[in-house]
Design a protein around this ligand. Structure first.
Ligand code: ADP
Length: 249
């Protein structure tokens, strides 16, 4: 049993932008197999933390370890190859291709091939079974041949998750997975996140606190670039500093 093991940790993570400290000495421990939420008011440093953990930004100081390995100085692509994958926005989905073809392309990318449209039909057919399995995994079987651009907003997010899962990440970073969603889609994507967390670790930034309460095993609250509280939803929501940070006192 590997539960309880730390899969991702940040020590004293700091990011300065021209004198402004956006992330200040953040310590973060994410346990394997958990759903861990990063919350906090606007400007708290959540997005910057995500960018540091996936090396879209270089930390000013501090260290990041994944599976015990120091990844602080690795480029983004290497971190993804090690198994830490960030979900991208819907714009990463090709709107004029079918749901299944979008997943096929992601599977082809996993092999490190560049996408070649002219070769694509024959090459992509090699991924048929796995693509359909991934489409099914995110509940889009009945939309397998629908053009991605014709999907509802929530289903596009599900497709985006499928293309991320195609990379077989050990850990997924989800940036506001419920942003802009109607309640029906929130319910559907919550169930999907819970399902994919069965054999993966998830770190998510999410503003919808009822989703955070429902899904998270552990929560880190950031405010003004620093960790304000950490614990279960009940623990952090009782923390006076957290209440204050949210009402802007
Ligand atoms: P959150 O995601 O919690 O809303 P951010 O990480 O986006 O917060 O931003 C934290 C702070 O850092 C904000 O005050 C923001 O204006 C600042 N910031 C973010 N990115 C940059 C940047 N590239 N240059 C300067 N300041 C930035």
């Amino acid at each position: 049993d590997t539960r309880g093991e730390i899969i991702l940790s940040a020590r004293d993570l700091t990011k300065r932008f021209a004198g402004f400290v956006a992330v200040n000495g953040v310590n973060l421990n994410v346990e394997r197999g958990t759903i861990h939420a990063l919350i906090g008011p606007n400007g708290a440093g959540k997005t910057t933390c995500f960018n540091l953990l996936t090396k879209f930004l270089q930390p000013s100081s501090g260290t990041i370890h994944f599976n015990g390995r120091n990844i602080t100085n690795l480029p983004s692509a290497d971190i993804a190859r090690l198994g830490v994958v960030r979900s991208f926005q819907i714009s990463a989905v090709f709107p004029r291709m079918s749901v299944t073809d979008n997943v096929r392309i992601a599977l082809q990318r996993r092999r490190g091939d560049s996408f070649d449209f002219w070769r694509s039909q024959s090459v992509l057919s090699a991924f048929d079974d796995e693509a359909l399995r991934r489409v099914d995994e995110v509940g889009l079987s009945e939309f397998a041949h629908v053009m991605a651009g014709d999907l509802s907003y929530g289903r596009k997010r599900a497709l985006e998750i499928a293309t991320t899962l195609a990379l077989e990440p050990e850990m997924m970073l989800l940036d506001e997975p419920m942003a802009g969603m109607a309640q029906e889609d929130v319910t559907r994507i919550s169930a999907l996140i819970r399902k994919i967390s069965a054999n993966r670790t998830i770190l998510m930034v999410e503003h919808n606190l009822s989703v955070v309460a429902d899904l998270s095993d552990r929560i880190t609250v950031l405010a003004r670039g620093e960790v304000l509280a950490e614990g279960s939803y009940d623990e952090v929501s009782r923390h006076p500093g957290v209440v204050e940070a949210y009402i802007g006192a």
